[in-house]
Design a protein around this ligand. Structure first.
Ligand code: ZN
Length: 466
């Protein structure tokens, strides 16, 4: 089957036509570093990770850019309230973002441009200048520069928004009185007292860029005028991505993005996540409940990106059980294969990848994986497996694990298990075997098995443990 994705622009599944050189440029809207990103944000980043890994599995060379928004209304407000310089304020959340992405085993993007980087500020200023000279932007009496949406014929095409309706229902804020149209958005925000030290010089006076122009400038500066795939959450469609199209195409006159892919919302216990409902979780919040990064990864990846994902604690338990089944299966296959290794796995089929070709149908792909696990386990029960077959399935797993990144690295034990395992290793070093046996029993009670080998102890999930 051909590779196809649901393009938000056409609202249709479209076949993805690769360029001749099999290179794909992807731009993904990254975090605004004013607070720690929540699990809903990471659901989108994990979908993008799956997209990149699948394209690479299909032989494409992916160049992915993820921006860091480190100057906007929220970051400035946060820095002001914490009474620290903007750079210092955003640095802590940048660090937290990379830490969480690592925990969730998300592949690094090739570039993480930051909006405050002078190179991109220069690019933003030159794009705004070009838009003004084309009549697509204007400086208002408040000294800010706005995009003139009525002059861009395609405005609203991505989000299917009706501009007249925007006029009648849009909220009019005090600082928007200077605009020609309620939907005109700021490209350059003139400095005001609340911005404090945060300002750059421009032909229109001191100020700072609007959020939307940041992405247009960073995307085109690094990837060029035309990008294959642009991703984000559905909440980015309007106005952010609509504005990105208007800005980029307004300057270049070329189609900015071939395919727009948007990730649906995440709900928690069927409700929108919010701090006031007490159902707002960051990655450290979930880790603190004893779950591991790979379990969170599983829980966030397992539903197709266009479907709302309902995060629940039962879902986390299921994630743990599912990964446990994979771990047990791999252990069995390894025991069965012994020293045998396979060079190729091609005879074992590509149903997993075929499912992902269909707009990243991860539920079908995982369904196929677990069906495979059931069937091969049955064959092993009936002693119908030889070492070569087991080795070939291990090779097959290596291939699909490049995309899933689910395999246990042993380092990812839940906190309590890790502590017991470390205590047991110490006890063995001290040759206190009574204590070591006690700790083994405690691990057993938690569903884990300690086995000793010449490389030290190996902690694995006990077969059949919940
Ligand atoms: Zn963006």
């Amino acid at each position: 089957m051909a590779l196809r994705f649901f393009n938000t622009y056409s609202r249709q599944l479209e076949e993805f036509q690769p360029r001749a050189d099999k290179k794909i440029d992807i731009y993904t809207c990254g975090p605004t570093v004013y607070s720690r990103a929540h699990i809903g944000n990471f659901r989108a980043y994990i979908f993008e990770d799956l997209l990149q890994r699948h394209l690479e599995a299909r032989g494409f060379k992916v160049h992915r850019v993820m921006n860091i928004t480190d100057v906007d209304d929220k970051t400035i407000r946060g820095a002001r309230e914490s009474k620290v310089p903007l750079q210092k304020f955003t640095q802590q959340f940048k660090g937290a973002f990379f830490e969480d992405a690592e925990t969730l085993r998300i592949k690094h993007a090739d570039d993480y441009p930051a909006a405050t980087d002078q190179r991109y500020i220069d690019k933003m200023i030159s794009m705004i200048g070009a838009l003004i000279s084309k009549g697509l932007a204007y400086q208002a009496e408040d000294k800010s520069v706005y995009y003139r949406i009525n002059k861009f014929p395609n405005y609203g095409k991505l989000s299917h928004i009706d501009l007249d309706q925007l006029q009648s229902t849009g909220r009019v804020k005090n600082d928007e009185y200077d605009k020609e149209h309620i939907g005109d958005f700021a490209l350059w925000k003139a400095w005001d007292e609340e911005d404090g030290e945060v300002k750059w010089d421009s032909p229109w006076g001191p100020g700072r860029p609007g959020w939307h122009i940041e992405c247009s400038a960073m995307a085109t500066a690094i990837l060029g005028d035309q990008i294959d795939i642009h991703c984000g959450g559905v909440d980015n469609i309007f106005p952010h991505h609509e504005a990105e199209i208007a800005q980029s195409e307004g300057v270049t006159g070329k189609q900015f993005v071939r395919m727009w892919l948007h990730c649906a919302h995440l709900l928690v216990d069927g409700q929108k996540m919010s701090k006031s409902l007490g159902n707002f979780y960051t990655i450290p919040d979930v880790l603190a409940k004893g779950y591991t990064g790979r379990e969170i990864r599983y829980a966030l990846i397992r539903v197709n990106y266009r479907t709302q994902l309902n995060f629940t604690w039962d879902g986390m338990k299921e994630a743990r059980e599912s990964l446990g089944r994979i771990d047990d299966w791999l252990q069995r296959l390894r025991e069965c294969a012994g020293k045998e290794t396979a060079k190729i796995d091609n005879q074992l089929g590509h149903e997993f990848e075929d499912a992902l070709d269909d707009d990243l149908n991860i539920s079908a792909a995982l369904g196929f994986l677990f069906e495979t696990i059931r069937e091969t386990n049955r064959a092993m029960d009936e002693n119908k497996f030889d070492r070569k077959t087991a080795a070939a399935w291990l090779k097959w797993w290596d291939r699909i694990n490049q995309t899933l990144n689910f395999e246990s690295d042993g380092a990812e034990l839940p906190g309590e298990v890790k502590e017991l395992a470390e205590a047991r290793a110490q006890a063995r070093l001290a040759k206190d075997f009574r204590k070591s046996d006690e700790l083994r029993d405690q691990l057993n009670a938690l569903g884990w098995e300690a086995r000793d080998s010449k490389d030290g102890q190996k902690i694995t999930r006990r077969a059949g443990a919940k």
